[in-house]
Design a protein around this ligand. Structure first.
Ligand SMILES: *Cc1c(COP(=O)(O)O)cnc(C)c1O
Length: 397
């Protein structure tokens, strides 16, 4: 199978596209034009590689998790995105996009954030390049993620509370788009996942594909063969598509995306978009979207803020329909168990998001033997989550 490259309007089969107001079409087309030129520009590639190496800390290790493998009766490698500067994969994309903004002569950066991780990564690269940074964040999220608000402000960013609707990520995205429309001349919008209107799903995927390119080289060097399966959690889908994409043509490599099962599919309190099988349009793109009976965007729940969103990146929707990737989900309880197990087996505290991928392996270990090679993306570190997990455990009998 060919890698899934979108057409000129950003369609991945029936998904993706540019569902935005007329005023955003021209800036998005310009962004697409500039990006398509820069992605092939050796100077741009060199500059990005330099900062990824010297500042972000790439390549990240592909670590053989010996104890976890022994416990589960198979071979498991961890892609250590938790070791990136700022503690997660998000900075791979923020770094790529800020270099792009610099080339476009834009000095002001805006972003939206839910849990705050993308806001922190973007505020970080803005500090480093001396750019103005404005981050939109739902007021409810600001209260839940006060530590990340403090981080962004310490980095010199302005965090704008959004007090519309549910006061969470969805509303923050709307406000960021509104800002962008009125300040298009000097402003670039750094979107944080493989979501939204074209060209973002393609561009974010390209910037995150460094994960899969490194992992492919590293596993071939360590084992002399390709992995039998790749496993990654799926929020918007950027860490997963970043790992998967360089392996799409390798048909023997199974790809598993793990969504947030929350309290369980069927409770209405989850973010497992593929479990409900409904297609819709949300914030610029056509994709699987959680909706109620009237087609209204459904409320979602996950213990992990980074997976708690009603839509999934459009390329995942196509990979799913083509049966090239498979999607599953684990519950909050299973994810916390994944967090505990990896911490105790390997001395690595995974982010709650990444804990979903760990939990899927624990749950499905019987599918694999000592001949298999699994690569799991540890998309971030769990330090940001320890207080929440401690409180969650206190509330459970
Ligand atoms: C934001 C986040 C995610 C979810 O986003 P994707 O775009 O699906 O990767 C996963 N893990 C961590 C650590 C995150 O911060």
């Amino acid at each position: 199978m060919k890698p899934t490259q979108p057409d000129s309007q950003g369609h991945y089969g029936p998904y993706g596209g540019m569902f935005v107001p007329e005023t955003l079409m021209e800036p998005l087309n310009e962004l697409t034009r500039v990006y398509k030129k820069l992605r092939r520009d050796p100077e741009f590639k060199k500059e990005l590689q330099y900062y990824l190496r010297e500042y972000v800390g790439r390549p990240t290790p592909l670590y053989r998790a010996e104890r976890m493998g022994r416990e589960l009766g198979t071979n498991i490698y961890l892609k250590r995105e938790d070791l990136c500067h700022t503690g997660a994969h998000k900075i791979n994309n923020s770094m790529g996009q800020i270099l792009l903004a610099k080339r476009m002569g834009k000095r002001r950066i805006i972003a939206e954030t839910g849990a705050g991780q993308h806001g922190v990564a973007t505020a970080t690269v803005c500090a480093m390049f001396g750019m103005e940074c404005v981050v939109y964040m739902g007021k409810v999220d600001m209260e839940r993620q006060a530590l990340n608000v403090f981080r962004m402000e310490s980095l010199g960013a302005t965090v704008v509370p959004v007090t519309i609707g549910q006061q969470t990520l969805k509303e923050a995205v709307n406000e960021a788009m509104r800002d962008w429309v009125s300040n298009i001349r000097n402003t670039h919008y750094i979107l944080g996942s493989a979501l939204g209107s074209h060209p973002y799903p393609m561009m974010v995927r390209d910037f995150q594909s460094v994960i899969g390119r490194e992992a492919r080289k590293q596993i071939l060097k360590a084992e002399g063969r390709l992995p039998s399966a790749l496993i990654a959690c799926v929020g918007g889908g950027s860490n997963a598509i970043g790992l998967f994409h360089p392996f799409i043509k390798d048909e023997g490599v199974r790809m598993v995306g793990v969504e947030a099962g929350g309290f369980g599919v069927g409770t209405g309190m989850h973010a497992a978009r593929f479990a409900e099988d409904k297609i819709g349009i949300l914030q610029g793109t056509k994709t699987y979207v959680l909706q109620d009976g009237d087609g209204q965007i459904a409320l979602t729940h996950s213990i992990s803020a980074g997976l708690d969103y009603a839509a999934v990146g459009p390329e995942h929707s196509l990979l799913r329909d083509l049966h090239r990737a498979e999607y599953s989900h684990v519950t909050d309880i299973e994810a916390v168990d994944g967090f505990d197990k990896l911490s105790q087996w390997e001395g690595i505290l995974p982010a709650l998001e990444s804990s979903h991928a760990i939990a899927w392996i624990i749950k499905n270990a019987a599918q694999f033997t000592s001949d298999d090679l699994l690569v799991v993306n540890v998309s971030g570190r769990g330090d940001k989550d320890v207080q929440q997990i401690a409180e969650w455990k206190k509330e459970r009998p």
